[in-house]
Design a protein around this ligand. Structure first.
Ligand SMILES: Nc1nc2c(ncn2[C@@H]2O[C@H](COP(=O)(O)OP(=O)(O)O)[C@@H](O)[C@H]2O)c(=O)[nH]1
Ligand SMILES: [Mg+2]
Length: 196
């Protein structure tokens, strides 16, 4: 898949700023620093479409990326900051609840986790949102380049078990730096977009 014209439509602080478009949307969520922005850049083959690096934990923005006028990638702010306040967590939960409840064109959740770590409680809650709202789910385990070859399968199995993934909830090993997993991610996105 070659992306021709991806661009950031809006960084929305609240639902009033969500785009008025009816394009289908794929949501990407994960703890901060797992490699979400890198993944967006890698699969679109852009260097700076999404901002990579340390962002302060305050951002509660949903970033809507228009991908060639065929769909939107919705980047959910990273969660899991050690110093996140209760208020921030509640606001985050409310924002996601509102999105999942009201946004009709949601087509799937790409849950991004670090291949090296056990998924967090917050990851589990995101997944539960998706299951509850019956949105197709796929998990992407990033940074596999930081694992030895022999360790990758073990880690993948652990994550699968921890999240109790079912057969229609695929888990994809991914490494932005090595550009591994790109085709499978596109396959999953295409499937989600085709699903009624
Ligand atoms: N080794 C390795 N590093 C990665 C990978 N993906 C992201 N990173 C690094 O992890 C850090 C956080 O990445 P970023 O994409 O900003 O994470 P985000 O907070 O989830 O958007 C950056 O220093 C990236 O260079 C990967 O697949 N492999
Ligand atoms: Mg990011």
């Amino acid at each position: 898949m070659e992306v021709k014209n991806p661009y950031l439509v809006v960084s929305a602080p609240d639902s009033k700023s969500w785009p008025q478009s009816e394009l289908p949307e794929i949501v990407m969520a994960g703890r901060s620093n797992v490699g979400k922005s890198s993944l967006i850049n890698t699969i679109t083959r852009r260097k700076n479409l999404a901002y990579v690096g340390n962002t302060p934990g305050k951002t509660r923005l949903l970033n809507f990326f228009n991908i060639d006028d065929t769909f939107m990638l919705v980047d959910v702010p990273g969660y899991g900051y050690a110093n996140a306040s209760k208020k921030m967590l509640i606001q985050f939960g409310e924002m996601m609840e509102e999105y999942f409840e009201n946004r009709k064109q949601k087509k799937g959740l790409l849950m991004i986790v670090d291949a090296r770590h056990k998924p967090s409680e917050d990851d589990l809650s995101m997944i539960e949102y998706a299951r509850y709202h019956q949105i197709p789910l796929a998990v992407i385990a990033t940074k596999t380049d930081k694992l030895k070859r022999s360790e990758i399968n073990k880690c993948i199995n652990k994550i699968e078990e921890c999240l109790q993934l079912s057969e229609n909830e695929p888990l994809i090993p991914f490494a932005s730096e090595k550009r591994q997993g790109i085709d499978r991610v596109w396959q999953i996105i295409d499937q989600m977009l085709e699903d009624k």
